[in-house]
Design a binder for this molecule. Structure first.
Ligand SMILES: Cc1cc2nc3c(=O)[nH]c(=O)nc-3n(C[C@H](O)[C@H](O)[C@H](O)COP(=O)(O)OP(=O)(O)OC[C@H]3O[C@@H](n4cnc5c(N)ncnc54)[C@H](O)[C@@H]3O)c2cc1C
Length: 478
């Protein structure tokens, strides 16, 4: 009996799919890579996941867990085919423990739904990727997601207390617990950020934070990206760590304001969206420092959000910015790199120069406080040969960030897209140790093969997968 039939018999015909029309939407995420799965299954419980993993493992079939598919590095793309396990139906919040400030959730819970559910207890889940309306806690864990408000509170790894994971032989292990600093090796920390290469996460215990008493949100308007970047360094240099510190450049602002009418000035060279929060007295003092430092760095104007509605409008536009880029071009290639904050002005100038040389418009909107760059290369895939230019420009940007002492990904993960760049950051010995840890936990190598660690042929596979979208453009549009 085929693997598909065995899985259908066990989980039911509405939970296992192999027809192309059912599986085609699992061939991509938000990045450029594409590759079709052979089978897609939608489990409802940990026991279902155990069965799927055991069966796929004994058939020697690759297993790729999938959250919402908002990853940007091809992490959820089944580059070697096999079984995609979508966690979409495991989307229940199992417990909110107000006293211990934690919650137990299934991995398919959407990030924002968790904070909405805990708001009535005065609590929230701190990691807030801009994709939080769609991305799942399981995907956040696997990619160690960041977000605008991770500047002061830390990325996902700082907010995960415990995990339930199904391993390659179908066994379930519990890592960590519901108290911070659990005993033993920090295997929870190893699993967070492992991008589905070690097991399928089936339950997550998250830390919850108290909602702040007061919040102040300011829009600081600058004539240039340079001046705004100087303000970022000056703010942090003053010892102030805002809860969020986001930058948007002129091209980004023009698209965002046209789409959302949130009050961003499209004529500005750049803006900083700066938020401080905490106790009321503390917040007033911090807001005064933000005002003073931004003005000293050349801010043309500083506007404080006058109400909760104003603040929500500014954030909705910032977090929805990617969709606004469709006003400029039908496709974007969103890069993700990190540089030391003090290098931001130099690197941004370099990114702009690269865009001009390749004749590609680039919008910059990013978590500036973390030194986390997100240049969006805007293009139309129907233009013959453009993808090669886009990829070459992206490569130059990454190399420039690494040369400036930065790294190849801040929060989107390595996935397929960036595995070939890992040797820019890590020595062969470093990568060897990571490979040993990975194969100690998944000796089969069946969990998300061809991701994160450079594998023979990995670069070729990624290139082929990207080429597939060019071919698709030829088939569909031209
Ligand atoms: C518009 C936009 C804005 C974004 N903004 C941010 C941002 O501010 N910060 C940020 O960090 N990221 C951001 N991202 C990237 C992305 O949303 C995050 O990486 C997110 O964590 C992915 O979650 P997902 O549920 O979509 O996971 P997917 O894309 O489905 O999967 C991502 C990875 O997780 C693995 N995985 C998923 N579920 C499980 C599981 N249960 N067990 C094991 N492995 C699993 C997959 O195999 C894959 O490797 C953004 C993306 C978009 C499109």
């Amino acid at each position: 009996m085929s693997l598909a039939q065995r899985l259908r018999d066990a989980l039911g015909p509405d939970s296992v799919f192999e027809a192309v029309e059912d599986t085609v939407m699992y061939e991509y995420d938000y990045g450029l890579d594409r590759s079709m799965p052979d089978l897609v299954a939608l489990p409802r419980s940990t026991a279902d996941v155990q069965l799927l993993v055991r069966e796929a493992h004994s058939a020697g079939v690759p297993i790729v867990a999938r959250g919402a598919g908002t990853g940007i590095a091809g992490g959820a793309v089944p580059v070697r085919g096999g079984l995609v396990i979508s966690m979409a139906r495991m989307n229940r919040i199992l417990e909110i423990d107000q006293a211990n400030r934690c919650a137990v959730v299934q991995p398919g819970v959407v990030n924002l739904d968790l904070s909405k559910a805990t708001e009535r207890f005065g609590l929230f889940f701190a990691p807030d990727p801009s994709s939080q309306k769609a991305s799942t806690i399981g995907g956040n864990v696997a990619n160690n997601a960041g977000g605008p408000h991770c500047l002061s509170l830390g990325a996902t790894v700082n907010h995960i207390l415990g995990l339930e994971v199904v391993l390659q032989d179908g066994k379930v292990v519990r890592l960590g617990g519901n108290i911070p600093e659990a005993l033993g090796l920090d295997l929870t920390g190893v699993m967070v950020g492992s991008e589905g290469t070690m097991g399928v996460v089936t339950e997550v215990t998250v830390r919850l934070m108290r909602l702040p008493e007061a919040v102040r949100t300011a829009l600081a308007i600058f004539a240039s990206v340079d001046a705004a970047s100087e303000a970022v360094s000056a703010l942090i240099g003053r010892g102030l760590v805002p809860s969020a510190l986001e930058m948007m450049d002129k091209l980004a602002l023009s698209a965002i304001e046209a789409a959302f009418h949130a009050g961003y000035p499209p004529e500005a060279g750049a803006v900083l969206l700066v938020e401080v929060d905490g106790l009321l007295e503390q917040v007033e003092a911090q807001a005064a420092v933000v005002d003073e430092v931004c003005r000293a760095s050349g801010a043309l104007d500083i506007r404080l959000a006058a109400s909760d509605e104003d603040r929500a409008r500014l954030w909705a536009a910032r977090k929805g910015a990617a969709s606004a880029m469709g006003r400029i071009a039908p496709n974007y290639y969103l890069h993700d790199a990190v540089v030391p904050r003090t290098r931001l002005p130099r690197i941004l100038a370099h990114v702009i120069e690269i865009g001009q040389r390749y004749e590609l418009p680039i919008a910059n909107l990013f978590h500036a406080g973390d030194g986390n760059l997100h240049p969006m290369i805007l293009f139309d895939v129907r233009e013959t040969g453009i993808l090669d230019r886009v990829l070459a420009a992206g490569r130059e940007m990454l190399n420039a960030c690494v040369e400036a002492g930065g790294t190849i990904t801040g929060e989107h993960g390595v996935g397929m897209e960036k595995q070939a760049y890992m040797p820019l950051i890590f020595s062969a010995d470093d990568l060897g140790v990571m490979g040993k840890v990975r194969s100690a936990i998944d000796p089969s190598g069946n969990f998300n093969p061809g991701k994160v660690l450079p594998t023979p042929g990995g670069e070729v596979a990624a290139t082929k997968a990207v080429a597939a979208i060019s071919a698709m453009a030829q088939d569909v549009w031209i």
